[in-house]
Write a protein of this length. Structure first.
Length: 256
């Protein structure tokens, strides 16, 4: 059996601007200086070993711990849509191979966003969309802004059903709860949990490509994510994808 391992940010979710803004806001709050000024510079500067970005900005280890806690509360993935066609791709991929997300983003944030995008969400653990101020429909399925500890029995039942439905798509979520960007270890652990040793790793950074190769997987590198296309190509993935619309077939081809 072969598995499909997917990075989250920059592959499935168009969150580049969300984190670009986060870095600048963190620099402002902690009185640090950003070494870059434009998105083009960000694509060359961003280090997928993201801890090092903060240390380069001048954060101390204690400040780094503080910014980790702050960032989970600050990030609003309602501002970060999935790339075109991704929701449908996930449904179709899940029919041919076990799916897992391997990311350095907190898996609770990823699960919350995926429930909304796949139309499974009834209870949210974070930010909820308030809809179109002009009176149009909300951009995502309606949610109830209730945390798990405050949920009524009925709401808790809806949440449990949504989680079960989400798990019918994904066999596992490996996230950034450990505060580490060690992608090789995350991929290795995910394969062990899935009980497979073959498949494909799909990512948008050299770190993703390296992690897939290190663990004996085929690799698909997307050039529309968080780093420049040149940096992705230099990493040497088996397949390069320049447009989200081409990702579905590229993943299937890598499983042959």
């Amino acid at each position: 059996m072969k598995a499909i391992l997917l990075d989250w940010d920059g592959v499935l979710c168009d969150s580049r601007t969300l984190y670009y803004d986060l870095y600048f806001e963190a620099a402002r709050r902690w009185n640090k200086k950003m070494p870059i000024h434009t998105m083009e510079e960000f694509l060359e500067w961003y280090n997928p070993r993201w801890e090092e970005n903060y240390y380069e900005m001048g954060f101390t280890p204690q400040e780094f711990e503080e910014v980790q806690v702050w960032s989970d509360a600050y990030l609003d993935y309602a501002r970060a849509p999935l790339f075109p066609g991704i929701a449908d791709n996930l449904r179709r991929w899940s029919e041919v191979a076990p799916l897992a997300i391997v990311s350095t983003t907190n898996s609770a944030l990823i699960r919350q966003r995926m429930r909304a995008e796949l139309g499974l969400q009834t209870v949210t653990l974070g930010h909820a969309s308030q809809g179109d101020p002009t009176g149009g429909p909300p951009p995502h399925p309606p949610v109830v802004g209730v945390r798990g500890d405050d949920a009524t029995p009925e709401e808790a039942l809806h949440q449990k059903a949504a989680e079960a439905s989400l798990d019918s798509y994904f066999r596992h979520f490996t996230g950034g709860e450990d505060g580490s960007s060690a992608k090789r270890d995350k991929v290795k652990r995910t394969l062990e949990i899935l009980g497979v040793s073959q498949g494909v790793m799909v990512g948008d950074t050299p770190l993703d490509v390296d992690a897939g190769k290190f663990n004996g997987l085929k690799t698909v590198g997307v050039s529309y994510g968080w780093v420049s296309a040149a940096r992705v190509r230099q990493a040497g993935p088996d397949i390069i994808v320049d447009r989200p619309e081409d990702l579905y077939q590229a993943v299937l081809d890598s499983l042959k």
